[in-house]
Ligand binder design. Structure first.
Ligand SMILES: Cc1ncc(Cc2c([C@H](C)O)sc(CCOP(=O)(O)OP(=O)(O)O)c2C)c(N)n1
Ligand SMILES: [Mg+2]
Length: 549
């Protein structure tokens, strides 16, 4: 039984784990949006104001669901506007499906240059080939079902964005339904051999450690990894991007590894391990760039990107989930493994904000948020790039979406809205004044979707993180903007905060008002940065200092 191609694609997205669509239409996408609007019962459509926001929201929704995020845009001006968010999703292994409208199959035959066209009609496809793991152009309804099945399986299995282009004259063409493909075959003997060798190395090690990263979250493996660590009796650390993983479990968690920028006791455990098993970790500079000692590759094993490197050799085609299941099948029963490791004490996150007339420091925001969460329960958090992200490290562990590796600004506000759509919960958004000026205006779309996030703007009138690297740069001076006053015009409620007492009161009132978004415009003096950012910058400077200095 055939249905219009657009509806076949929408059903396939839902069948592969999509829960909603974020988008902005255009004339090349209008026919597809007509079907989207009719299919709202399967996939609700949320429109935003600017395509970067669409991409960030879809990325955050994908992370929240550990499923597919969907970003639907028009050809050219729309899709090319969204390149940065999708590049970030690729870097941070977020499974976003980009759907772009396109000129009709025969439109190019007229020999005219088409509006929104860049260099050539397939320039956009070539750009997206660089930031997605698979692509399809649905210009043939006979091949479309197989193309969609292939691309959506790639998205799920690789946890990376994919690109689907749908010419506007193909949207209503009759098309057969999509049969989801079976998982890509895995060589069981390779998985067994790999698991045997990994376990043997862990058994031989005096100081084995698990380091868990972003893929554990993306593939929904947190409970299995917690069980594995507990049964093996091996301490577990998370990477900067993996922060929050296992926080709710009984696993022997030592904390977040941030090299010289993190707690020395965590650094010691990781860097002095003689059997480091890294599960789903990105070998990035933000995870390892400020390491005290370079981890010894002979003592490390890395399972990521569907392969496992053990020392200097690699087992290709071994997905993380298959390895973890094989290790669990071999692990000793509960309590039969090594004696539970002695763990360094976890520091208490700052609490007890002193509500006085002192100016606000980033650590006061962490304390105020921790007090709030203790009182009324935790909220999911979306953080932008800047000191707000480093301050989030001092907040109690709650689900956090942030550009921890790709490090793009502009992520925070639209990502918080994506979490609101995906979770149905009220998020807390942390954003600097610089990043707010990029995508903060998306808050104006909250009212039509019924979202009421609490937004804390770290307003130091500065690109302060850059100033820590290059203090003499006057270009880091930004204007003091009245964000609280602007909030009302965008449909929200604003609070001007310049003292700790005003911060405490604003957090309480904002939490109580669920009628619209709440924006706390918190004045912070230039030069006042979180302790974590201060350590990170010092570590970067130390790690990058010229040899011999
Ligand atoms: C889209 C984009 N443009 C530029 C940058 C570079 C950059 C940073 C990173 C290093 O690449 S941090 C930073 C300043 C952020 O200012 P603000 O949001 O006010 O936060 P804070 O004052 O806390 O620093 C910039 C411009 C970036 N990360 N992302
Ligand atoms: Mg700033």
């Amino acid at each position: 039984m055939t249905r219009p191609l657009a509806r076949v694609l929408i059903d396939a997205l839902a069948d592969h784990g999509a829960h909603e669509v974020f988008g902005i239409p255009g004339d090349f996408a209008l026919p597809f949006f007509r079907h989207l609007e009719r299919a709202a019962d399967r996939l609700p459509l949320y429109t935003l104001a600017h395509e970067p926001g669409v991409g960030f929201a879809a990325d955050a929704a994908a992370r929240w669901h550990a499923g597919l995020g969907v970003a639907c845009v028009t050809y050219g001006a729309g899709a090319l506007n969204m390149v940065n968010p999708i590049a970030g999703a690729f870097s941070e292994k977020s499974p976003v499906v980009v759907i772009s409208g396109a000129p009709g199959v025969n439109e190019s035959a007229r020999g005219l240059l088409l509006h929104h066209q860049a260099k050539t009609l397939d320039s956009q496809l070539r750009v997206y080939r660089e930031i997605t793991c698979d692509q399809a152009v649905l210009d043939d309804p006979q091949r479309a079902p197989a193309e969609i099945a292939r691309v959506l399986r790639s998205c799920r299995e690789q946890s990376r964005p994919v690109y689907i282009e749908i010419p506007r004259d193909q949207v209503d063409v009759p098309c057969a339904p999509v049969d989801p493909l079976p998982p890509t075959p895995v060589e069981a003997a390779a998985v067994d051999a790999c698991a045997d060798e990994v376990l043997a190395r862990l058994d031989r090690a005096d100081r084995p450690v698990l380091l868990v990263g972003v893929e554990v979250r993306r593939f929904g493996l947190e409970a299995r990894v917690a069980d594995l660590a507990t049964r093996l009796g091996i301490p577990v650390a998370t990477t900067f991007m993996g922060r929050g993983l296992l926080a709710e479990s009984a696993a022997p968690l030592v904390g977040t590894y941030m090299g010289l920028a993190g707690r020395p006791e965590v650094r010691t455990v990781v860097e002095e391990s003689d059997g480091l098993l890294m599960l789903g970790v990105l070998m990035s500079d933000t995870n390892f760039g400020v390491s005290g000692e370079r981890v010894d590759p002979r003592a490390t094993m890395l399972a990521a990107d569907r392969s496992v490197r053990v020392g200097f050799h690699v087992y290709p085609g071994v997905p993380l989930a298959d390895l973890i299941d094989a290790l669990l099948a071999r692990a000793p029963g509960p309590g039969a493994g090594r004696a539970a490791p002695v763990l360094p004490a976890q520091p208490d996150p700052p609490r007890g904000l002193i509500a006085d007339d002192a100016p606000v420091h980033p650590r006061d925001i962490a304390a105020g948020v921790n007090d709030l969460f203790a009182e009324t329960g935790p909220m999911p958090v979306a953080a932008d790039m800047g000191d707000c992200l480093f301050t989030a490290m001092d907040m109690v562990q709650t689900p956090l979406v942030a550009p921890g590796y790709y490090a793009t600004m502009g992520f925070g506000v639209p990502a918080g809205m994506g979490v609101a759509a995906a979770s149905g919960r009220r998020p807390l958004i942390l954003v600097g004044d610089g990043a707010f000026q990029m995508t903060g205006w998306e808050l104006a779309t909250c009212a039509r979707h019924g979202w009421a996030p609490i937004v804390v703007v770290f307003n130091n009138a500065s690109w302060e993180m850059l100033r820590t690297f290059q203090p003499e740069g006057r270009y880091n001076d930004l204007d003091v903007l009245p964000f609280a006053r602007l909030a009302a015009g965008l449909g929200g409620r604003g609070y001007s905060v310049s003292t700790r007492a005003e911060l405490a009161a604003a957090l309480r009132e904002a939490r109580a008002d669920t009628s619209r978004f709440q924006l706390l415009d918190v004045a912070i003096a230039r030069g006042e940065i979180s302790d974590t950012l201060a350590r990170f910058v010092a570590a970067i400077k130390q790690a990058n200092r010229p040899l011999g200095t």
